[in-house]
Design a protein. Structure first.
Length: 309
């Protein structure tokens, strides 16, 4: 895929605190890719916001499925899920523009419309007109945003622990983002405890955990649209069938009350609380999450937990 003149010559926005930090990040990223469980193709898609890095897996002619990660988690978040998902879909794991990763942003994001336009351009570059989207955290917010602003491009949605979207963040989230993370960077704790949303995953033992440890200390301020809580009218306007999965140990909000609120505001929404999972449920319980997503996206009836037992 060739770059346009505007994206080729525009200066890149700084995504890292130093050249050395960027080198450490890229090495850690490549270490995760070395353990990618299926064959993949690396794509670089030019857009008005810069060049977007995509990891494509699965049969070329299978139904397309976009995978949008949580904030700063990169496309590599989907390593535990891509093998199963790629059996059924052509998966496109995306490094969201403006965030740390292998995408190269040349213009800052101004609003939610910029996000929708960017994702549509990525789809165009992939020669995909309409696709289902799986999103985690901030990626889930982007998925819902796409379904609202460009409904004709979205087939189905699977949202995992979405940022905002249905309810606001807990006080702990603001403490982590405004106080804890800046303090950790100040102290340069490279082997630090990761934010509470990542607790319980034993990330220090995995290549992805090491990647996140580098990210926490080396990434610069991202360019993002602030996630919002969508109104009841907006949520009722969503045409795409939607699946909502929330880990029972979610730290951004209460899992069960949020699921209840979402189902009240979107009566057709399918949802479940995932046991023994926190914010990144797709990593904590990949088999459970993969099964629910595949059944939903393939329009297979999902048995209730009682029926499954």
């Amino acid at each position: 895929m060739t770059q346009t003149a505007s994206t080729l010559h525009a200066p890149a926005l700084p995504l890292f605190r130093s050249v050395e930090g960027e080198a450490r990040f890229m090495a850690a990223y490549d270490a995760v890719l070395e353990e990618w469980p299926v064959e993949y193709e690396t794509l670089h898609v030019p857009t008005a916001l810069g060049t977007t890095h995509v990891i494509a897996s699965g049969p070329a002619h299978a139904p397309p499925l976009l995978l949008l990660p949580s904030l700063a988690a990169t496309a590599t978040l989907w390593q535990p899920n891509v093998a199963e998902l790629s059996k059924h879909f052509r998966t496109y794991a995306i490094d969201v523009i403006g965030q740390v990763g292998k995408s190269v942003a040349t213009r800052r994001i101004r609003n939610r419309s910029d996000c929708a336009d960017w994702l549509a351009e990525v789809m165009n570059g992939l020669h995909v007109w309409r696709a289902s989207i799986v999103g985690s955290s901030y990626g889930a917010f982007l998925a819902m945003n796409q379904a609202l602003l460009m409904p004709e491009r979205v087939e189905r949605l699977a949202l995992i622990g979405p940022a905002a979207t249905f309810v606001g963040f807990s006080p702990w989230f603001y403490f982590t983002m405004l106080i804890k993370l800046p303090l950790m960077r100040l102290l340069r704790k490279r082997r630090q405890q990761l934010p509470k949303v990542l607790d319980g995953l034993r990330l220090d033992m995995s290549p992805w955990g090491r990647l996140m440890a580098v990210t926490m200390t080396e990434s610069a301020r991202p360019s993002v649209a602030r996630p919002k809580v969508f109104s009841k009218a907006e949520l009722r306007a969503v045409r795409a069938p939607t699946l909502l999965l929330i880990g029972e140990n979610e730290t951004l909000y209460d899992a069960r009350s949020t699921l209840n609120r979402a189902q009240q505001r979107m009566p057709g929404l399918t949802g479940e609380v995932i046991p023994k999972a926190g914010h990144l449920a797709s990593m904590a319980q990949p088999q459970e999450v993969n099964e629910r997503i595949v059944r939903f996206l393939r329009c297979i009836a999902v048995p209730s937990r009682k029926e499954a037992a």
